[in-house]
Design a binder for this molecule. Structure first.
Ligand SMILES: N[C@@H](CCC[C@H](N)C(=O)O)C(=O)O
Length: 291
């Protein structure tokens, strides 16, 4: 048995167990991650985030060559013990954690570069939360999506924002609320590395004050249905804009069961980027015996 000191945090109800391991000495096993995330036998969370210095692990050291300022790496694990490339809610909570724990120099606190398996992401602290530049996005592989509560399989658009998503649009709120996501949606063909699956409907009216508004539910790869998924919200807004074509705005507001997230698309020299804004909360600290 060893004792792990942790902090519990969340972003719009997408919750995480965070712990600090600056020199990369604590390698949790998938069983230990599953136990930590278990809502009955452990702490309970959608994922685990290890705060580790980039130089202390090979995946982090590799990104330092190009981006030496990314001192900290977000080592993200889903509740089932599988790693993920990125987590949009998690990275805001992680930035907040690094700042609150005094792990970043004051001059870095406004724009904090964080290493992830999907590259370095800049997180900006704001008055009402954090904004992360998710970087470039791309269309991924499409699949037919089936789920309990859907009578026929629906076309899903593949979107990659560092991690893989398949987004499908439903007719109305009743269809969205009627879904049973306790079982993973079916994807045909199944993406090689799996995917997070988002179901979206437009709000009425779609456009308000120049912002397009949609509602979303998500089944996350490796975690099941969650109250929110940040990268999923970005993928959902990108998919809706793709379907809407000309005239769609670049500012989006995505309502998820755990709250509301902002998404913005903006041009850069290397191509279009997408950013995600929302709250980050640290709820409590504790210790737990790890088997
Ligand atoms: N909840 C996250 C995404 C977490 C990773 C995802 N389950 C995956 O496997 O890609 C978010 O807020 O983006």
């Amino acid at each position: 048995m060893s004792i792990l000191a942790f902090t519990k945090g969340h972003g719009t109800g997408n919750d995480f167990v965070l712990f600090t391991d600056p020199e990369g000495e604590i390698e949790l096993t998938p069983e230990q991650i599953r136990m930590l995330c278990d809502r009955r036998f452990g702490v309970g969370a959608d994922g685990v985030i290890r705060a580790v210095r980039s130089r202390a692990i090979p995946e982090g050291a590799a990104i330092l060559e190009a981006e030496p300022e990314a001192e900290w790496f977000m080592d993200y694990w889903n509740a089932d013990g599988s790693p993920s490339e990125m987590c949009g809610n998690g990275i805001r909570v992680y930035a907040h954690y690094l700042i609150e724990e005094g792990l970043v120099a004051p001059e870095r606190r406004d724009t904090l570069p964080i290493g992830t398996r999907a590259g370095v992401k800049d997180v900006l602290a704001g008055a009402s939360g954090y904004t992360v530049d998710l970087g470039r996005w791309r269309l991924g592989d499409d699949s037919l999506v089936s789920a309990r509560g859907l009578h026929v399989a629906r076309p899903g658009l593949g979107i990659d924002v560092g991690n893989p998503h398949v987004v499908t649009v439903l007719a109305d709120d009743a269809k969205l609320d009627g879904l049973d996501l306790t079982e993973a949606p079916g994807l045909d063909p199944a993406p090689e590395h799996g995917a997070n699956v988002e179901f979206v409907v437009p709000e009425d009216p779609l456009l308000k004050d120049g912002v397009a508004r949609i509602r979303m539910r998500v089944h996350e790869r490796g975690s099941g249905e969650t109250l929110s998924c940040g990268t999923g919200a970005a993928a959902a807004a990108l998919a809706f804009r793709h379907w809407g074509g000309e005239g769609m705005p670049s500012s989006w507001s995505v309502e998820v069961p755990g709250g509301r997230l902002g998404v913005r698309m903006f041009p850069t020299e290397e191509g279009e980027h997408v950013s995600l804004s929302g709250p980050a909360e640290l709820v409590y600290t504790g210790t737990i015996d790890l088997p």
